[in-house]
Design a protein around this ligand. Structure first.
Ligand code: IPD
Ligand code: CA
Ligand code: CA
Length: 260
């Protein structure tokens, strides 16, 4: 397991160095949706990560945002977001990361999230804790929603869930110290693990947005679920993550409106 984590860290570091160097260069921006961006740097970062994994574990399955499923059948599966926070990256807003999770029989066992700008490497191993640059991480002790700082994000597509996200924003904004919308879900989750945010909720996230961050939160002592309180899943399309202490209070707010 430690060897797998080391491979993930090496891959993230190589990709992070490439992304940083590419920040100063002109980027080729394409649209996946109305505001869903992808750049040549997303693709380049993914290629670097895939190369590292293939060299060390050629038989492992991989699910990566830009190239999809590698069609390998294996108990082991790597889930990769080569740049989480692409819109931030495109605008030079320094809040984006590389996210790599490793699953064994569909359970996430190792996770690495690297913020290359601030040189922060978040990592976790199932049952062995969460770490920031090697130092143990713990969620915040905040027990009251009224003293909490939350984070969220909004779906790209402007449907019912987009409107519902705005409604939730208002409800939480009224009840907490504040809400940040920082634009990189994987890093938002690491900030919950680090006690910088007390809670986070968002619709329509994909497995590569949340797989690593969810393990970071639980290994740092927090809780992850859907909006009803069922155990968190990378495929659920809705995620509530918190320090645990304010989880029920957040569920109560989410459940004041019908679940979508
Ligand atoms: C996005 C970010 C953002 C979230 C979006 C994601 P990307 O990932 O995590 O915070 O609100 O739903 O798609 O596109 O930058 O990899
Ligand atoms: Ca993402
Ligand atoms: Ca991405």
């Amino acid at each position: 397991m430690h060897e797998i984590l080391r491979t993930a860290e090496t891959a993230a570091r190589q990709a992070g160095a490439y992304i940083l160097q590419a920040m100063s260069e002109l980027r080729q921006v394409d649209y996946k949706g109305r505001v869903d961006l992808v750049t040549n740097v997303d693709r380049g970062s993914e290629a670097i990560i895939l190369e590292c994994i293939r060299r060390a574990y050629p038989e492992h399955a991989i699910l990566a945002e830009e190239t999809g499923d590698n069609q390998q059948r294996s108990d082991w599966r790597w889930i990769i977001d080569p740049i989480d926070g692409t819109t931030n990256f495109v605008h030079g807003y320094p809040f984006f990361c590389v996210s790599i999770a490793v699953q064994f029989q569909r359970q996430t066992v190792a996770a690495v999230v690297l913020d290359p700008v601030h040189d922060e490497m978040f990592s976790a191993l199932h049952g062995q804790g969460a770490f920031l640059n090697g130092a143990p991480l713990r969620v915040s002790p905040t027990a009251e929603l009224g003293k909490a700082l939350l984070a969220t994000g909004f779906p790209y597509e402007m449907g019912d869930r987009w409107h519902r996200s705005m409604d939730y924003f208002k409800l939480f904004y009224y009840r907490t110290r504040g809400i940040r919308r920082d634009g990189a879900a994987a890093l938002d989750l690491c900030y919950v693990a680090a006690g910088r945010f007390d809670g986070f909720w968002e619709y329509d996230l994909k497995p590569w947005d949340v797989a690593a961050g969810m393990l970071l939160v639980t290994e740092a002592g927090g809780r992850v679920s859907d909006y009803r309180g069922n155990p968190g899943s990378i495929d659920a399309g809705q995620l509530l993550a918190s320090n645990g202490a304010i989880h029920d209070a957040m569920l109560e707010v989410l459940n004041t409106l019908p679940n979508l």
